[in-house]
Structure formats: C-alpha cells, structure tokens
Write a new protein. Structure first.
Length: 375
C-alpha cells in the first residue's frame, strides 16, 4: 500500500543526518553530564555546544536557552513561573491556543491565582488587535500568551506588532512558537519577546526534547527540584543525544530554509488548486494565501454523516491527515479552534488539516485527491 504522510503539524519525519548524529552520541558519549570525570565533561560539552548552536540560529544568548522535555513542559513552566516569581495577576490569551497553554491557565484561574481575559478572534482566525489593546489598558501585572502560528488553521500572529503593544502597556509576552521555529527566521536580539518555546519533533528532530527561551534579566525559580541542571531551573539528568539531535535538526532546518519554504509553498498552492478543481464547494479555514505555508485546513463539501469516518477511510488507504491537534485526537468533540470561527452548520462538516514538509510530493497530493473522491 502506498503511504502518504500529510500530518507534519503533528510531528515530522526525523532527518537521516539527525539520526546518525544521535546514534553516535548514544554509543560514544554516554557519560552523565553532571559527572566531573572526562566522560561527564564530554557530555556536558556537547550540551553547551548544542545550546550555543540553537542560540546562534535564533540570534540570542546561549544562557537564554533552557532545555526541557517538550514545549508542553516549557509552556507550563513559563506560565506558572510568571505567577509565582513575576507576580503576574492577570493573563490575556485566546480561546484558540494549544491546550498546553489553555489548560494551564484555566487551572490557575480555578485556583484563584489569576484573572483571565480572552482576546476576541476574528472570523479569519486572527487576533483582534484593537480588543487586545483595550484589554491591556486595564491596570495590573499582566502576561500576554498568544501562539505565533496556530497549529490547526495556520493563522500567523504579527509578533512584532503584538510585542510593541505589550511593551507599551508594560506587559510580559509569551508565545508558543512550536509550529514556526525551524520554519521561519527569528532574531531575538532585535525582538522584545520575553518567552518562547519549541519542540524538536516539529522541525525534523527527535521527540522528547524541546527548549524555552527566557529573556536575560528575567529571574525565575525552578519548576522541578532535585539538581542544578539547566542553571538550576530544571532538575534531572539531561538527555544528551536528544539535545544534540535537536540542535542538529534546527541547524539543518535553517540552512535549507529558503529552498524548502519555496518548495512547500508551491506544494500547498498545488493542493489548493486541486481541491478547488475537484471539489468546487470546498471552503478553507483561514485564507490559504495568508496562513502559514505548511498548514492547510479545509471544510470538505461532504455530508455530516461522513465526518466521523473520513480519517479512518483515508488511513485505510495509507494517508495520514488529521482533524486538528494530535493531542486531542482521542476526543469526539469538535475542534475548539474551529468552534471559535465557524458557524454551527460548517462545524458539523468534515474538516481536514493537511500539513506539509519537504518530504511530500505532488504525487502525494494526487493520491489524496483521488481517495477523497471515493468517499
């Protein structure tokens, strides 16, 4: 059976060069990075070289990069630490954030630790910037938490515009950049972003490792206790091979960024044209020309009764797509993101998130269209 993987917003295929580098570290550099002998020092050196490499690609200081197990951990750490250490009393966010952010904020609100305001979402899926300014005009120590690229519909936040507004009102700004790190350039020296997070498996690296960027001068206390790893902010023996793999994956992603972005953009455009040609009544969640170049979310002109089985039918043909976030794939509830922007009628129809990488081809798209026509 032909296999077609079009769920790259969920996770990406690890690059061969990354696997090779990780295998070398696993076999040769097995020392505990906290040990003072040569085996430990070698492992520690690999971690710090990886930290410097990641910092170089984002144009920030190495000391501003903290390694974590994933972006979910990093989001939790930053949000909870802002309450505990920076004495934030209010968080402004949106209802289309990843649940790693939403659920953390909701629990803190239920514990009466913070007030929460949700910025309005426009029908396109974009943030209502005027409403954000209105919310920020109310006094109080505030954290704004808004994702850069929405993981379901691909809407792109204008980071610098949002940062400028946050700084105007002396608010901290945290952004989930899981879908954009490695896929678009960042210059954190020229930006005033306070916190961002990333996960290696979203840019062709290994699962189980990510990082947080915490701007120099912001002092937080550890979320995990037990050791002095990661400048005392995250106890636990570091996963050396994963950290090295993440660094290698990010380096490769940025060294090939221009050509891969061009290729994937053309593939997305081809998909849009084929969907329109074969399903003229198809709708797109967010404007395809304005959403992020590797994410396409579509409402198919199929009957409501086909919604629950469409992924199963495509999977039987070897095609991997999704209805939304993989973290919610076990839920029968409609996507919380689509629920914010669609009317009740469209919400009942089958929506698909098609997400691309440089490993995909036009033949993959043709195979997808061919099988959609059979449903």
């Amino acid at each position: 059976m032909k296999k077609v993987y079009l769920d790259n917003a969920s996770t990406t295929q690890i690059r061969t060069e990354v696997v090779t580098e990780m295998a070398r570290v696993l076999s040769e550099d097995f020392g505990n990075p906290s040990s003072t002998h040569s085996f430990g020092r070698n492992s520690k050196n690999l971690i710090e070289l990886s930290r410097k490499s990641i910092a170089k690609n984002l144009n920030c200081s190495a000391q501003e990069i903290i390694f974590t197990s994933c972006a979910t951990e990093a989001n939790n750490f930053i949000i909870q630490s802002c309450i505990k250490d920076l004495h934030v009393t209010r968080i402004i966010t949106s209802k289309i954030e990843h649940h790693a952010v939403l659920h953390t904020i909701q629990i803190l609100q239920n514990q009466n630790k913070i007030a929460v305001d949700y910025v309005n979402i426009l029908p396109s899926g974009d943030i209502d910037v005027v409403h954000l300014s209105d919310l920020l005009s109310v006094e109080g120590k505030t954290l704004v938490s808004l994702m850069h690229v929405n993981n379901e519909i691909g809407t792109v936040l204008n980071l610098e515009r949002i940062v400028k507004i946050c700084k105007q009102y002396n608010a901290y700004f945290h952004t989930d950049t899981v879908q954009s790190i490695g896929k678009t350039p960042f210059n954190l020296q020229e930006s005033s972003i306070d916190f961002l997070v990333a996960s290696a498996h979203k840019f062709h690296g290994p699962k189980g490792v990510g990082f947080a960027f915490i701007r120099k001068g912001i002092v937080l206390t550890p979320l995990l206790l037990g050791g002095e790893q990661e400048k005392g902010l995250r106890a636990g023996t570091e996963s050396v091979h994963n950290i090295v793999g993440m660094s290698k994956a990010l380096e490769l992603s940025y060294s090939t960024l221009a050509e891969e972005e061009k290729y994937i953009t053309e593939l997305k455009d081809y998909t849009v044209s084929q969907l329109l040609a074969h399903f003229p009544e198809v709708k797109f969640n967010g404007k395809p020309t304005e959403t992020f170049y590797n994410i396409l979310n579509v409402i198919l002109p199929f009957s409501e009764d086909k919604t629950s089985m469409i992924l199963f039918n495509l999977d039987m043909k070897g095609i991997a797509v999704s209805r939304g976030s993989a973290c919610q794939s076990g839920s029968i509830k409609p996507s919380h993101v689509l629920a914010e922007i669609l009317d009740a009628e469209d919400l009942k129809k089958p929506s698909l998130r098609i997400s691309f990488s440089h490993y995909n081809t036009k033949e993959d798209i043709d195979y997808l269209i061919e099988n959609l026509k059979l449903i």
